[in-house]
Design a protein around this ligand. Structure first.
Ligand code: BYC
Length: 336
């Protein structure tokens, strides 16, 4: 589906080098800016500013890592799902997330970076992944709340990415968003079922909502005023809607859903602001956010340790696949 463009463009006007700026690069940059302003896609072999390429590698790979690490909190509940139906749904969802990670690694590879480099950056702690996956899943209700709030926030953030300026990322996001909406609905459906159940089940749902609400709001990133990348990313058409605007859209969409569900959102300052036409909400604990981002959340260590372990345990599969491919190539050469 994607060009695995390790062959970074070299030489010529069409295939300009991505090295340090020169006077000539100014022309390419003007052309690039005009193209982005016209809403056209930038494709892997097109000239692009080095900083644009770097920001995309950063964001797409962090997004891929989030999908892969994001399999862990839910994977924890596959063996404990309360029915065959719920188990099958959860298995399919977690499998989808693995697939999303693969599309996204492939999209990042089109920017001239290898999968091994990306994985190494995750495992060494150099690359980030979403803060949300450093919180524990304590009960079955957490699985529903992850679908409703975490996937709900993810969809809100990811729909504008379907229109981002980098073609392979935008195209990957279209498919991912379709699957995410199924993920969100299954979570909401699970919660509706639990809310129609026993008092204990309703308490489990409320407890999970209390624990996941604020971390879900943090998924959108820091306030616009503290967002280091927003300026460039908006100029380059990567970010179409700001962190704060997306967060507000998410709150506005979620409050009525909470009412239908019959749960309370844990924010005493949540109130409808007629003048703004939006829900006001209380302050986010940014200290907690940055603490988690810096690696000191409840589960950061376990999540990374589990990923590294899974990578090491899978070494024999990668070796077998390589040996098989080599044998295939040898056979093809003999047959030719
Ligand atoms: N967690 O300048 P800013 C999913 C970092 S997976 C950790 O605003 P940007 C799912 C940010 O990286 C959901 N770090 O950054 C999977 C930057 O640090 P660096 C993942 C965060 O990039 C399985 C610094 O803070 N979604 O849906 O302009 C199951 C300053 O931030 C976070 C994506 O990755 C965070 N929450 O905007 C269920 C979507 N927020 O890199 C669900 C794609 C910020 O300079 N990514 N930081 O060291 C984006 O849209 C943007 O990267 C963000 C941040 C809006 C997240």
């Amino acid at each position: 589906m994607y060009t695995q463009a390790i062959d970074i463009p070299q030489g010529g006007k069409e295939e300009a080098p991505r090295g340090p700026r020169s006077l000539q690069d100014g022309e390419y940059e003007a052309e690039f800016d005009a193209r982005v302003a016209r809403g056209e896609f930038v494709e892997p072999k097109d000239w692009m500013p080095e900083a644009y390429r770097k920001t995309l590698v950063r964001q797409i790979s962090q997004h891929a890592h989030s999908e892969i690490v994001g399999m862990l909190p839910e994977g924890n509940w596959i063996t404990r799902a309360p029915s065959l139906k719920r188990k099958a749904i959860l298995l399919a969802k977690v499998q989808d997330e693995g697939g999303h990670g693969m599309y996204l690694y492939a999209a990042a590879e089109t920017l001239g970076v290898s999968r091994d480099e990306l994985i190494e950056a995750l495992h060494s702690g150099k690359a980030k992944y979403s803060s949300i996956f450093n919180y524990p899943t304590l009960s079955w209700a957490d699985i529903g709340v992850i679908g409703w709030l975490v996937d709900g926030a993810a969809i809100m953030n990811q729909i504008p990415l379907c229109r981002c300026s980098y073609g392979p990322y935008a195209r990957a996001m279209i498919r991912i968003c379709k699957e995410e909406s199924f993920h969100q609905r299954q979570g909401y459906d699970l919660l509706l079922t639990m809310m129609k159940g026993t008092v204990e089940q309703r308490e489990l749902v409320q407890d999970a909502v209390n624990r996941w609400w604020w971390p879900a709001l943090m998924m959108f990133g820091p306030h616009d005023s503290a967002s280091t990348h927003s300026g460039d990313s908006s100029k380059w058409g990567i970010k179409r809607i700001s962190n704060d605007d997306l967060r507000q859209k998410f709150v506005d969409a979620t409050v009525p859903q909470a009412k239908v569900l019959g749960v309370t959102l844990p924010d005493p300052m949540l109130s409808w602001n007629e003048a703004r036409g939006h829900w006001d909400f209380g302050p986010i604990d940014w200290q907690e956010f940055w603490n988690v981002v810096a690696g000191h959340g409840q589960c950061n260590r376990d999540r990374l340790a589990d990923r590294v372990q899974a990578w090491e345990d899978g070494a024999w599969v990668r070796e077998a696949a390589l040996a098989h491919a080599q044998k295939q190539r040898h056979r093809d050469r003999l047959a030719a």
